[in-house]
Structures are given as structure tokens and as C-alpha cells.
Write a protein that binds this ligand. Structure first.
Ligand code: NAD
Length: 268
């Protein structure tokens, strides 16, 4: 029996990167799945490929009505909501704080922090009705390290970690668990094909560069993070709440905050 058999799951940012890996893994573990993403077509294509009890919705997680409708879609389609994986996020090179446009700060906070807040807010009602649930939020090592040129991103992810703690305590008695994952650098389009970066990397080049971004000498793959999300989503973590699980190959343990000088375009 799959570890998510009988459970209905929403994955935001579910069409790409970590979310795509989680969509495939969670479906294989028996979940009924709603893949939610700003990239609606990509989400639909993935849902069709996965097949079975898997549907897609085009959603902007920063918009209250979109997230409310998303949760209603899960309820109408599958009758309940057991797991909310608040994973959608944006990030990129912001520049130093005094150089960062206000629009960038507002967009990162709206998607990464408010999006998670809305995901929690709207998932709680159905989970209370169902007698419990698990909420998993994707934060980042940027919540723990002072990474230069990630002021807005780091603030948004620090906010996610704190929101996770508060929600975990508020709903512990209702059997709703809330946990965060803090990944290091992962081989996803956010790193190699991101409109918020002024460069694009060849995937294989990015993979090589990421291999030296942390003590474990290989790139972190989306499935590394998706497997942690599966643990936190499933009943295997039944007594785990309010935690942040760091999935970074030892990066934060090494205490090195700089990333920008390790990953990016190379002269040769
Ligand atoms: P990705 O770009 O492959 O996937 C992110 C997905 O989120 C995309 O499909 C995108 O369309 C979607 N999205 C963006 N804004 C959205 C919105 N407003 N509403 C709905 N969907 C939206 O990147 P990823 O690396 O898989 O990112 C997943 C999560 O992991 C993000 O929260 C990111 O901040 C976090 N993270 C990534 C890294 C990394 O190095 N890639 C490191 C730490 C944390």
C-alpha cells in the first residue's frame, strides 16, 4: 500500500522542479492529486501524463480567491483534503538591498510568504472537518543563512519558517501538523532557466556547479526534496510538527553563506 493511499493532496508549484518530482512521487504513493501552478498548461500536461486521480489547476498562490477556489476544487473532486504542500516559489538575483526594486520585494513576499499563508488559511477548514491533516511548506536555507543578494527571498523564507511554527502550535490539538523544508540549491529551472536571473545555464553545467555548492559532492535533485516532503506529508511523521527539515547536503553545517560566487555563468 502506498504511503499516501486514500489521501487527497494539493501541490502548489506542482508543474516544475521540486513540485513536479513530488507530483510524480505522491501519485505513485497513492495520493489523489491536484497539481496547482501558475503555468497552467504545464500542470495540465503533467496531470494527463500521471493519469488516474490527478487533476491540474492554473492558480496564482498570491491571490486569495485562487487559493480558496483551489481548495474547493480538491473538495469537489475528491471529497476531502489531507495534505497541502505549499511549494510554489520565486527567486533570483535581487542585487544588494539598496539596489533591489520594490516590485521584486513585493512579488517575492506575495508568492513565497503570502502564498504559503493563504495555503494554510484555506486548507485548515477542510482539515478540521476531516479530523486532521499535514501541511508542508517549502522554505530555504536562505531562512538560516545571510546569503548576499537574497534579502527579499531570505525574508520571505524566514517568514515561512516562522509561520510554520505558529500554525503547528495553533492546530496541534486538532491533529493538523505543519512542517517546513529548507533546501539548499536544487537542480531545477529556478537555478538554470529563471526569468529572474540575467543568465541561463546549460542543465549539465548547472549540475556540475551545484556539485560543489555544498559538502556532499553532487547536485541536489528535485527528488531529494520530494522524498522529504513525502515523509512529512505521510503518517510516517505522525509526531513531527513545527519543524524545519534542512535538505542541503551539509551546506548550512559548513557555515558558508555565499552562493552567488559559486553558481552562475562561467568564463570557461
Ligand atoms: P521551479 O521554478 O522549478 O518551480 C516553481 C514552480 O512554482 C513553477 O512551476 C512556477 O510556475 C510556480 N509558481 C511560481 N509562482 C507561482 C504563483 N504565484 N502561483 C502558483 N505557482 C507559482 O523551482 P523549484 O526550485 O522547484 O522551486 C520550488 C520551491 O523550492 C520554491 O518555493 C523555491 O523557493 C524553493 N527552493 C528552491 C531552491 C533551488 O535551488 N531551486 C532552493 C531552496 C528553495
Amino acid at each position: 500500500m502506498g504511503r499516501l493511499e486514500g489521501k487527497t493532496v494539493i501541490i502548489t508549484g506542482g508543474a516544475s522542479g521540486v513540485g513536479e518530482a513530488a507530483s510524480r512521487l505522491f501519485a505513485a504513493e497513492g495520493a489523489k492529486l491536484v497539481i496547482a501552478d501558475l503555468q497552467g498548461e504545464l500542470a495540465s500536461t503533467l496531470a494527463k501524463e500521471i493519469g488516474g486521480d490527478c487533476i491540474a489547476r492554473e492558480v496564482d498562490v498570491s491571490l486569495n480567491d485562487d487559493v480558496e477556489n483551489l481548495v474547493n476544487t480538491a473538495l469537489e473532486s475528491f471529497g476531502r483534503l489531507d495534505v497541502m504542500f505549499n511549494n510554489a516559489g520565486v527567486g533570483g538575483a535581487e542585487g544588494l538591498i539598496h539596489e533591489t526594486p520594490e516590485e521584486v520585494f513585493d512579488r517575492y513576499i506575495a508568492t513565497n510568504l503570502k502564498g504559503v499563508w493563504l495555503g494554510i488559511k484555506h486548507a485548515i477548514g477542510p482539515m478540521l472537518e476531516a479530523g486532521g491533516g499535514s501541511i508542508v511548506n517549502t522554505a530555504s536555507v536562505s531562512a538560516h543563512l545571510g546569503i548576499p543578494q537574497q534579502g527579499a527571498y531570505g525574508a520571505s523564507k524566514g517568514g515561512v519558517v516562522q509561520l510554520t511554527r505558529v500554525a503547528a502550535v495553533e492546530y496541534a490539538e486538532s491533529n493538523i501538523r505543519v512542517n517546513a523544508i529548507c533546501p539548499g540549491a536544487i537542480l531545477t529551472p529556478l537555478v538554470y532557466n529563471n526569468p529572474d536571473l540575467d543568465y541561463k545555464l546549460d542543465v549539465e553545467d548547472a549540475k556540475k556547479q551545484l556539485a560543489s555548492a555544498q559538502p556532499i559532492p553532487r547536485a541536489c535533485m528535485p527528488i531529494d526534496v520530494a522524498k522529504t516532503a513525502l515523509y512529512l506529508a505521510s503518517d510516517d511523521s505522525a509526531f513531527v510538527t513545527g519543524t524545519t527539515t534542512i535538505v542541503d547536503g551539509g551546506w548550512t553545517a559548513s557555515g558558508v553563506a555565499r552562493l552567488a560566487d559559486r553558481i552562475g555563468p562561467r568564463e570557461n
